[in-house]
Design a protein around this ligand. Structure first.
Ligand SMILES: NC(=O)C1=CN([C@@H]2O[C@H](COP(=O)(O)OP(=O)(O)OC[C@H]3O[C@@H](n4cnc5c(N)ncnc54)[C@H](O)[C@@H]3O)[C@@H](O)[C@H]2O)C=CC1
Ligand SMILES: O=C(O)C1=N[C@H](C(=O)O)C[C@H](O)C1
Length: 281
């Protein structure tokens, strides 16, 4: 058990890599994992083993009924979503319709619509493209600099490279958030020129990803050059594996549970809120 956190956790997307990692991190921290998850495919007839728990996977046609039953049985349940970019909005709509608080770790989808769904329904949600504590701290620093010194990098050219495992469907949500800060600082960036690497050969020989992490890594490089080419800056954050996101996601669920219990009026949070309150391990 984590402090006062007694709430059950339902991890949606236990057929995927992050879903499994979060479910494992939750159980190893003594949290109650609801043995239910969903899939985008019908008739999967499958269970996923997480420690000694068999998580039953339900298809799209059953998800509303099954989730309603889970809420009846566990009124304090928190959902953690790690599915796919094209499921972000429909999943969020369902959580909002049923009034179940959720952590949205899945990136992509229509982010504006996502926030609107939560606002309109008055639900509780924590939304973040990045759950890793140290990367969240970097993002927080970028937001602070952008707010305090808008235009400080006026006219600088920005180049961005991100490399992730071949199965990643979307452009890095973290890179998009960092780029938004550089743009506030005045840097010029053309999203079409983002270098997105998904080819394992290039990752090994060009990016320098260790072979054992080709299937799970997130390397980001941001390079800034002054208009006259006399000054340059480089920022880099390279993550191998998924444990920092899994641990951060559990921190996020614990944080959201506390906010729901205290009927906090803010209702929509991000990971910087969690970090600021000292709630990340
Ligand atoms: N916020 C963060 O810190 C992080 C976010 N992510 C994001 O999490 C998402 C998932 O990443 P991975 O686990 O690596 O991908 P993955 O492809 O291994 O797993 C996603 C799983 O979700 C399933 N799925 C798709 N639609 C679904 C739906 N409507 N309901 C239930 N299941 C559904 C897929 O069949 C797949 O098994 C991506 O958007 C990724 O960018 C990944 C790592 C960290
Ligand atoms: O898909 C991933 O793996 C990751 N996705 C997140 C993103 O898109 O920013 C976070 C991290 O880059 C890993």
């Amino acid at each position: 058990m984590v402090g006062q956190f007694a709430s059950p956790l339902l991890v949606n997307g236990c057929t995927g890599k992050m879903g499994v990692s979060v479910a494992e991190a939750a159980t190893s921290r003594g949290l109650h994992l609801v043995p239910v998850s969903f899939s985008s495919r019908e008739n999967l007839d499958k269970t996923i083993q997480i420690g000694d728990i068999d998580v039953e996977i339900y298809g799209p046609s059953a998800r509303e009924d099954v989730l309603s039953s889970v809420i009846d049985e566990f009124p304090d349940v928190i959902v953690v979503d790690y599915t796919a970019p094209n499921s972000v909005n429909s999943n969020a709509e369902l959580y909002c319709k049923l009034g179940v608080p959720f952590v949205m770790g899945t990136t992509g989808g229509d982010q504006q619509l996502l926030y609107k769904s939560v606002q309109d329904s008055n639900n509780y949600a924590l939304i973040s493209p990045q759950m890793g504590k140290q990367v969240v701290a970097f993002l927080a620093a970028m937001e602070t600099i952008a707010e305090q010194f808008p235009g400080a990098f006026s006219g600088y050219r920005l180049e961005v490279l991100e490399s992730h495992q071949a199965g990643k469907l979307d452009t890095s949500g973290t890179a998009k958030a960092v780029i938004a800060c550089f743009e506030k600082l005045g840097a010029v960036f053309d999203m079409d020129r983002m270098v997105k690497i998904r080819d394992p050969e290039q990752q090994l020989y060009m990016v320098g990803v260790p072979e054992e992490h080709i299937e799970g890594h997130a390397f980001h490089l941001y390079h800034l050059t002054s208009p006259d080419d006399s000054v340059s800056f480089e920022f880099q954050h390279n993550v191998c594996g998924r444990s920092i996101y899994a641990e951060g996601s559990v921190d996020a669920a614990v944080f959201l549970y506390k906010k729901v219990q205290s009927m906090d009026p803010k209702r929509i949070y991000n990971m910087i809120d969690v970090l600021q309150e000292g709630d990340m391990r």
